[in-house]
Design a protein around this ligand. Structure first.
Ligand code: SF4
Length: 414
């Protein structure tokens, strides 16, 4: 039996706290700017912390447990650094993180943050786990997401940002006038933010059409850049500082960086629940058994609308469905491996190889046992299936020497 109570941290987000400013850590350029707008629709004032930086790493290490994984350190550092700026009335502020509840340290983020806040003398600040379902070990009576009100806009905003990022990524490395793609990307993220505030989800489809048309007008160099895949742990993969700006560096070397869309990370739940049920790990009611495929179809139909528009983009490459990715992955590793990025790593490498992308970087944060075990553990088997594949595993932490990182990347791309 779980309890909502977490003994040892007395600050709770009660009904009277709804007006409080809620700080959230920066995650990624293609989603974070839209989150406060979605929260506003839900009746909450979310404020993004500034983009993750060296300060986040230093402060996270100072107040956190230095044995936790690197993303947890950065998230904690983002929050405490922002709280220490003096910009906020510390009696009218709360902090929030998403609760993935994964079979890794992600399950313990809230406890880590509470301890870090206490260490920094900020133990009176309430914490929130942003989740639709049940939240364990955190009292947050004052926080309820109005699912029906925000679900559609949230879903569309997610697909919009994810696909805009793919289009941006393919164009930026080819552009003649440096900065043009970034300008368009920023413009369309801001337009998307305004649409989210209107809660008109269909308008995001039209906005993507316009974005595709504008990206298609960007003048490009007369060259075909070589591709390199980027996979690994979700936070470091999509957070520029978290991945030590590897993507930017590779682009400066003229490489096109292909990072799989984030959609797959969430869609894997449809594969995982079936696998877990077959393995006797999860029990599921008959009703849910019927609802799961319907829900998948619903999400997939929405996604397809965005993908159809994206296909008009000059360089957009359609991505494999999560079930295709799982089919490829299970030749390499059992799909029961769901901790960290689990079997997704095998599936994504397989997808790259089948598309002729034969170089991939797998980034793994310090302290992430889950990804180290799965990713490095399958190297030999991946090589058996895809002998042409050149895989580089990079460990990332707050104290690494960039020159070392770049040196190893040089060997991969030369
Ligand atoms: S996957 Fe690894 S890095 Fe990410 S939260 Fe879990 S333990 Fe930490």
């Amino acid at each position: 039996m779980y309890s909502n109570k977490y003994i040892g941290y007395s600050a709770v987000f009660g009904k009277k706290d709804k007006h409080k400013t809620i700080l959230i850590p920066w995650f990624t350029d293609f989603l974070s700017p839209l989150i406060p707008a979605i929260a506003e629709l839900a009746g909450y004032k979310f404020v993004n912390c500034p983009k993750t930086s060296k300060t986040s790493a230093e402060i996270g290490l100072r107040y956190g447990n230095n044995e936790v994984c690197y993303p947890a350190t950065l998230v904690l550092g983002d929050l405490i650094a922002e709280l220490q700026t003096g910009k906020y009335d510390l009696n009218s502020v709360a902090v929030a993180v998403t609760q993935t509840g994964g079979q890794c340290r992600a399950t313990n983020y809230l406890a880590l943050i509470k301890q870090g806040l206490k260490n920094a003398g900020l133990g009176h600040i309430p914490t929130i786990a942003v989740a639709f379902g049940s939240v364990y070990q955190n009292e947050q009576e004052g926080f309820r997401l109005p699912v029906f009100k925000i679900f559609n806009i949230m879903l569309h905003a997610f697909f919009f940002g994810d696909i805009l990022n793919q289009i941006f990524s393919a164009t930026v490395v080819r552009e003649k006038e440096k900065g043009k793609s970034q300008q368009l990307f920023d413009f369309y993220m801001e337009e998307a933010r305004k649409i989210v505030l209107e809660n008109k989800h269909r308008k995001l489809l039209k906005l993507l059409e316009n974005a595709v048309a504008d990206f298609n007008l960007i003048e490009i160099e007369d060259k075909k850049p070589e591709k390199v895949g980027l996979i690994g742990e979700i936070f470091v993969k999509y957070n520029s500082y978290g991945q030590a700006h590897i993507t930017d560096w590779l682009r400066e070397q003229g490489m096109e960086v292909e990072t799989p869309p984030m959609t797959g990370f969430f869609m894997q739940a449809f594969v995982n629940q079936a696998v877990n049920r077959r393995n006797g790990v999860n029990r599921i009611s008959r009703l849910m058994l019927k609802l799961f495929p319907l829900f998948y179809r619903f999400l997939n139909n929405r996604l397809k609308k965005f993908e159809q528009i994206a296909r008009q983009s000059r360089f957009y490459m359609p991505h494999e469905s999560i079930f295709e990715t799982a089919e490829h992955a299970k030749q390499i590793i059992d799909l029961a491996n769901q901790f960290g990025e689990g079997w997704m790593i095998a599936g994504e490498v397989a997808n790259f190889a089948r598309r002729g992308v034969n170089r991939a970087v797998c980034i793994q944060p310090f302290g992430c046992i889950a990804n180290h075990v799965v990713a490095k553990g399958i190297e030999r088997r991946l090589k058996q299936f895809y002998p042409e594949m050149n895989l580089l595993y990079l460990d990332i932490d707050g104290g690494m020497a960039e020159v070392n990182l770049h040196n190893r990347l040089h060997f991969l791309i030369r």
